[in-house]
Design a protein around this ligand. Structure first.
Ligand code: CTP
Ligand code: MG
Length: 243
């Protein structure tokens, strides 16, 4: 697999309400976005990393990429109005030689190598894979007033996470929609599904949370502290790379 990893980091971070950009909010002493970038850098199948940022953050990210020796990272691409637009712009910068596309939110700093490995493995077999948590709670759909419209059968439900990995040709075809349609797709898998390709779910990692609010930052700090302890006991790359 020759994987190009697109890392959308061009959101406004509105719900976090930080003074600076969410991608640079310090967490365990490092900017939020750097954590996931380091894990992607460490995986041998990932050949290129394409960070997507807002214009105002571009130079700061360039400096960080150099300081942290993220050698697989290409020059940051400018994002768009929605997450899907940002991913599409990242895709436009993917090198010719890449045959797989991975997308991972910069806002998910607690990615572990073994989850990355699991998603890549299933994608290689099936053509497209997304990780997610099987729903462990009852999910209800309600209208604007809070009135319940339906209660869903949780046996069939997954809470989608990233990374999500796709054959390059499938992803390219999924992105052939008009720009104004893209914002209607909440994740990358939904675009690929809508293009008619099967996407396989892979059990995700409860630690792989998306930092959305202040509360998530506290949780992510604690999780990263645990991950550091684990890393102290185990080598970062556990076995021979199979890619
Ligand atoms: N993202 C992006 N471009 C956008 C919107 C989002 O690259 N136009 C990225 C974010 O930077 C983040 C990921 O997509 O890494 C998931 O988005 P989310 O958690 O919603 O982050 P923000 O959009 O930054 O936060 P908020 O919605 O609270 O403003
Ligand atoms: Mg958002």
């Amino acid at each position: 697999m020759r994987v190009a990893a697109i890392v959308p980091a061009a959101g406004a971070g509105r719900r976090l309400g930080s003074r600076g950009a969410k991608a640079f909010v310090p967490i365990r002493g490092e900017p939020l976005a750097i954590h996931a970038l380091k894990i992607l850098e460490a995986h041998p199948a990932v050949r290129w990393i394409i960070p997507v940022v807002r214009e105002s953050d571009r130079d700061a990210l360039r400096r960080l990429l150099r300081r942290h020796r993220l050698d697989k990272a290409l020059d940051p691409v400018l994002g768009g109005p929605s997450r899907a637009d940002s991913v599409a712009r990242g895709f436009a910068a993917v090198p010719e030689r890449a045959n797989w596309i991975l997308v991972h939110d910069a806002a998910r700093p607690c990615l572990r190598l073994r989850l990355l490995e699991a998603v890549l493995k299933v994608a290689r077999r099936e053509g497209a894979a997304a990780c997610g948590l099987p729903a462990s709670v009852t999910v209800k759909a309600a209208d604007d007033t809070g009135s319940v419209r339906l209660t869903l059968d949780r046996d069939q439900l997954w809470l989608a996470q990233t990374p999500q990995v796709f054959r390059r040709d499938w992803f390219a075809q999924a992105l052939t929609r008009a720009d104004h349609e893209l914002s209607g797709f909440p994740d990358d898998a939904s675009l690929v599904e809508a293009a008619g390709f099967p996407v396989r779910m892979v059990p995700g990692d409860p630690w792989n949370l998306k930092v959305t609010t202040r509360e998530d930052l506290v949780l992510a700090e604690a999780i990263l502290a645990h991950m550091d302890q684990e890393a102290a006991r185990r080598p970062l790359w556990p076995g021979r790379a199979d890619f």
